[in-house]
Design a protein around this ligand. Structure first.
Ligand code: ASP
Length: 317
């Protein structure tokens, strides 16, 4: 099942932004009121960080970076502080950014000491000759570029540690693919009409073998093209990589004339046919945003310069 909501741009729409804090199995029955309030406040604060950039006439790429930094710093979400643990009890972080104006992109995978992986992805895009760096080399680049490093304890939280122990005790399989996603992302359209996307994650609880999901893979979890839109994904990364979800949504908008909403739903249906679930957020050059997800819930928020603003978690929100 895919239920969605959509914002329609009006002539006076000058900017728009949407964020997610991960798709997952949360329902009103499984989340208590205080957890709902905490998550809604965190989403609202991250949205505000992006809105402040756009309202001041800033760029979409600056707005999505600011929103994702806020989500990375919040231990509630599986990115930066509060990232999930690998099988061996470490945190390996992945992030990507893409600017629709230039189709410039930067991505990092498996970083362990970079406080805000999205800032490092941004540096890769702007200061390096490459698009995608990983592991120790990515952090060598980070140090050379003066991107803030931290002790690995910064990322660790008791709740994520508990989730790893639960996974091991229950022998749930290779990794936790049981609908506990918490990746973060943002997409935006700025007053100049440019779009951008950013995504950041700790990946999946219990991941091994330096597994990398879709989030930092340009075209899979993150993509932006001024001719189509900006997309950030969350969900079962293996299927999202195989479907090339973010680029596929942009391709359908650009080449097949699909709406962002229609393209998002159709591509998620294909992910479903492969056995994957998750969600996407899209911002288009015309100022629309679209959101779609096939999980029971997705942490999400969006707003635009016409004054529309919403925060949601469950399907019915
Ligand atoms: N897509 C992410 C991954 O596979 C997980 C998530 O969305 O939380 O690494």
């Amino acid at each position: 099942m895919t239920e969605t909501s959509q914002t329609t741009a009006t002539d006076e729409t000058r900017w728009s932004i949407a964020i997610h804090g991960g798709a997952g199995s949360m329902t009103p029955e499984t989340m208590d009121a205080s957890a709902v309030a905490l998550h809604e406040a965190a989403l609202s604060a991250a949205l505000a960080a992006g809105e402040a950039v756009l309202a001041a006439g800033g760029s979409a790429i600056d707005a999505v970076t600011a929103a994702v930094v806020a989500l990375e710093d919040d231990p509630l979400f599986n990115a930066g502080r509060g990232a999930v643990f690998t099988y061996h009890g470490t945190n390996e972080l992945d992030a990507a950014v893409m600017d629709g104006a230039s189709r410039g992109a930067g991505a990092v995978a498996g970083v362990t000491h970079t406080k805000n992986p999205v800032k490092l992805a941004r540096k890769v895009m702007e200061a390096g000759p490459h698009v995608f760096l990983s592991g120790a080399g990515a952090e060598e680049f980070a140090r050379e570029q003066g991107v803030e490093q931290c002790d690995e304890d910064w990322f660790a939280t008791e709740e994520r540690w508990r989730q790893l122990q639960e996974l091991k005790a229950r022998k749930l399989g290779w990794f936790d693919d049981g609908l506990k996603y918490g990746t973060v992302g943002a997409v935006a359209r700025d007053a100049a009409g440019h779009v951008a996307a950013a995504t950041s994650t700790g990946g999946l609880t219990g991941k091994r073998w330096n597994r990398i999901g879709d989030s930092p893979v340009i075209g899979a979890g993150t993509y932006a093209d001024d001719r189509a839109g900006a997309v950030s994904c969350t969900g079962s990364g293996e299927q999202f990589i195989r479907a090339g979800v973010a680029h596929e949504i942009c391709a359908r908008i650009r080449l097949a004339g699909k709406s962002a909403q229609g393209a998002a739903e159709a591509v998620l249906a294909e992910v479903g046919a492969m056995g994957g679930v998750g969600g996407v957020i899209v911002a288009t050059p015309s100022g629309d945003t679209a959101m779609a997800f096939t999980t029971p819930g997705m942490f999400r928020a969006r707003s635009d310069s016409s004054g529309k603003r919403s925060v949601g978690i469950f399907r019915q929100d």
